[in-house]
Design a protein around this ligand. Structure first.
Ligand code: TGC
Ligand code: FAD
Length: 392
């Protein structure tokens, strides 16, 4: 048996199952991310700046809302292709995968599945090109893991709703043209409202001082008697399952994205271990370093097979929220552990910005927390196993 060329991206050759379009999407996302995105993402992370020209570049390549039909600006891509886009963006920096997750899964997806034809025509093609930037407002200052306790509300007033409340930790909000906002109606039922952010009474102050996801822009959403036309409501969903079903799609993308961050750390650690010599030989020649590297690539490969299978289940309409929770939790934790191990292999150099491990590690602390914390996903798995709810 001839020895295969070792490709850390594809140890078990899942890429041989990709269709031509999936492969093209993966390659174009990778080429763009490595060549054009990386320099600005690294500088943006250092300076705490989101480069506002990048969304349009992603849009031009068809990387936003890719699973949507062409008539709404998508390319009708498979969920595996969507996952591979996330992997390639997060291989560079979680901040830009975050941007794409929100635009695609948390803004375009709910408008596509819960919106009227008029709303779809009005927003989706312009979101696909990033002519419009979107954000998703679920979390509030006193309502994080328990979004059902939200207090943001809408009250009917003729042809309008009056929107009041505040959302916290909202990716993209300071630069967003449009926000998908989840609010309770007068009966206490959660509804989705599409808010044009230039409406009087709407503001989005930026959150400063983040030590994680510095290349992403995060803010609040504040609504003070904002008048939103009733045609802006998402008519086809009521209750917490509306926002949670969007999260199911975005969490799936994160399960893929984390693999990209893990691969970048592994790749850097492997190179460093072959170059750096101590005790007269490369540190990659010591058993303890090899143990770290071998365990890293094993965990990445397992995580990727999980994500790949989940993508197939999504395309068949069979993926469950509990499967997504298991994959998001496992894969993000896996990537965070790899970032820490990779940092160790780089010794003192690992704490500098010459190498990617510490930056990925800091980013992944956010990824472990948003879209459902590590422990919340464990409790979802626990409920799936036992049928007993341990949240409340
Ligand atoms: P619970 O009673 O369990 O469920 C309420 C209704 O929702 C249904 N459901 C889901 N539907 C679709 N997808 C899911 N994943 C679903 N999970 C639950 C459920 O069947 C029920 O339906 P129905 O018809 O019976 O009404 O709700 P609960 O109040 O007990 O809460 C459950 C819990 C804790 C799991 C959930 O609320 C949760 O997931 N909490 C975590 C909150 C979270 O993930 N927030 C994320 C905010 S957005 C974000 O972080 C974006 S980061 C973006 C980026 O930059 O990438
Ligand atoms: P809390 O819910 O207060 O949790 C604190 C701790 O308590 C956690 O460890 C949690 O696991 C634990 N805990 C809570 N409940 C239980 C329980 N029942 N049992 C055991 N332990 C429990 N939200 C949006 O809506 N849109 C966005 O675009 C968005 N982007 C974000 C970007 C960034 C950079 C960050 C940091 C967050 C973002 N979020 C966004 C918010 C994110 O989803 C929340 O931070 C997350 O859901 C956790 O909520 P919390 O921070 O209020 O923590």
């Amino acid at each position: 048996m001839s020895k295969p060329i070792f490709n850390p991206d594809d140890v078990f050759q899942f890429e041989s199952t990709l269709g031509e379009e999936e492969r093209l999407i993966m390659e174009s996302a990778r080429e763009y991310a490595q060549t054009h995105l990386e320099p600005r993402a690294l500088e943006g992370n250092q300076e705490g700046v989101f480069h506002e020209e990048i969304p349009k570049e992603l849009g031009e390549l068809g990387l936003l809302g890719a699973t949507l039909p062409e008539e709404y600006g998508g390319v009708g891509a498979s969920h595996t292709a969507y996952g591979l886009i996330a992997r390639e963006l997060e291989r560079v920096d979680s901040g830009y995968r975050s941007f794409a997750s929100v635009q695609s899964s948390l803004v375009m997806h709910p408008i596509n599945i819960f919106g009227t034809e008029e709303l779809k025509q009005k927003y989706l093609p312009r979101l696909a090109t990033a002519e419009l930037i979107g954000c998703f407002g679920l979390t509030e200052p006193n309502s994080g893991s328990d979004p059902g306790s939200m207090t943001t509300n809408i009250k009917a007033d003729g042809d309008y709703y009056i929107l009041n409340g505040a959302k916290m930790w909202i990716t993209n909000s300071p630069i967003a043209d449009v926000a998908v906002v989840w609010a309770k109606d007068e009966e206490g039922i959660i509804r989705g409202v599409i808010v044009d952010m230039d409406t009087p009474g709407c503001s989005a102050p930026k959150i400063e001082g983040k030590l994680s996801l510095r290349a992403s822009i995060t803010g609040e959403l504040v609504f003070e008697d904002a008048r939103i036309h009733k045609s802006q409501i998402l008519p086809n969903v009521k209750g917490l399952k509306g926002p949670l079903s969007c999260l199911t799609k975005a969490r799936y993308g994160i399960a893929w994205g984390a693999i990209g961050a893990g691969l970048d750390c592994y790749d850097s650690a492997l190179r460093y271990s072959l170059e750096r010599e101590q005790f007269g030989k490369p540190i990659g020649g010591f058993q303890l370093t090899q143990k770290k590297l071998a365990e890293m690539i094993t965990e990445i490969t397992k995580a990727q097979l999980l994500a790949w299978r989940l993508g197939t289940l999504f395309d068949q309409g069979k993926a469950t929220p509990a499967q997504v929770s298991m994959a998001k939790r496992n894969n993000v934790h896996m990537a965070l552990e790899i970032a820490r191990e990779a940092r160790q292999i780089h010794g003192g150099m690992g704490i500098t910005n010459e190498y990617p491990c510490m930056r990925h590690m800091m980013n992944l602390e956010t990824v472990l927390t948003y879209e459902g914390t590590h422990d919340i996903h464990l409790l979802i798995t626990g409920m799936d196993i036992t049928g007993l709810n341990a949240f409340k």
